[in-house]
Design a protein around this ligand. Structure first.
Ligand code: 13P
Length: 284
């Protein structure tokens, strides 16, 4: 069933776990992620970032994501990730996405607050929730920019929360998009402070490559949404490669099955680490 992200994150807060937010690029990934969520009875979020729309147009992938969410036996929120323009954010809301992110992390805090307020007023008309980001998560969603990590200042999180009342807040604690060049060293001291000083559900971007131990610690320290993109793409690619190597792909539909399997296995692994399995009941 299609649900609002705010609802999923409120439940995660009560249950002290994190919800997996999986980036998808095609139908096979949507099917694989939903299959994992249904099998584990987990609430999930399906998302696509604005930079990915050149490969997967919003007017095509959006309705597909929404249809899959509506047909799922578990609660699924459909989220627009790293929204950069009001035009595309509006388009996602018009399609029926139940949450949008406005990424103003490159702006001054004041400008970020102003733009987030504008997006919140827009999203309110659709009953959708809003995620924002402060500080800078490293890299960029599609690897096209090498943005330096700039950890969130806890006092900025307090001011941002007070000024915007945003539904979810992405923070930077040493995390980065894409595969990490070196093992990430997350700043749990910052996370603990932000968690203590604020009540907004927190979001961890750049989930690929973070250790299970760190994921678990994050999900016990206020992180309620964890974004996973590259790990899914890599898992799909590697599963397909393995199947070709062992000659188990004979024709297109075997290839399609391998793609679904790659997305399914990756989502399943992460849901179990985030502790959101069996949490998809009694959400509404
Ligand atoms: P990864 O590609 O590192 O998993 O990051 C995903 C993400 O944060 C999407 O917003």
């Amino acid at each position: 069933m299609l649900v609002n992200m705010k609802k999923l994150l409120e439940k995660a807060e009560q249950g002290n776990y994190a919800v997996g937010s999986f980036s998808v690029a095609n139908m096979e990934m949507v099917l694989g992620v939903i299959k994992a969520a249904e099998e584990l009875g987990a609430p999930i979020i399906l998302q696509i970032a604005e930079v990915r729309l050149k490969q997967s147009p919003l007017n095509i992938i959006g309705p597909l994501m929404l249809a899959a969410a509506r047909g799922a036996t578990v609660p699924v929120a459909v989220h627009f990730d790293h929204g950069k323009t009001l035009e595309k954010i509006s388009e996602a809301l018009e399609l029926g996405f139940t949450s949008v992110m406005y990424d103003g992390s490159h702006l001054s805090l004041e400008e970020n607050i102003m733009m987030t307020d504008t997006v919140m007023a827009l999203a309110k008309q659709y009953g959708a929730s809003v995620e924002a980001e402060i500080g800078c998560v490293g890299g960029s969603e599609d690897g096209s920019e090498d943005i330096a990590i700039n950890c969130t200042k806890p006092e900025d999180a307090v001011l941002f929360e007070k000024s915007t009342g945003v539904d979810a807040l992405a923070i930077a604690i040493g995390n980065a998009h894409g595969n990490y060049k070196e093992e990430p060293k997350l700043r749990f001291d910052i996370l603990e402070k932000v968690d203590e000083m604020t009540t907004t559900p927190l979001v961890l971007h750049g989930g690929t490559g973070i250790s299970d131990e760190d994921f678990k610690r994050c999900s016990k320290t206020g992180i309620r949404k964890i974004n996973i993109a590259t790990a899914t793409f890599d898992s799909v690619e590697n599963t397909v490669r393995k199947c070709y190597n062992n000659n188990s792909i004979n024709g297109y539909y075997d290839l399609q099955e391998a793609e679904v399997k790659g997305a399914y296995e990756n989502a399943k692994r992460h849901i179990l680490v985030f502790g959101s399995d069996k949490k998809g009941i009694n959400i509404i």
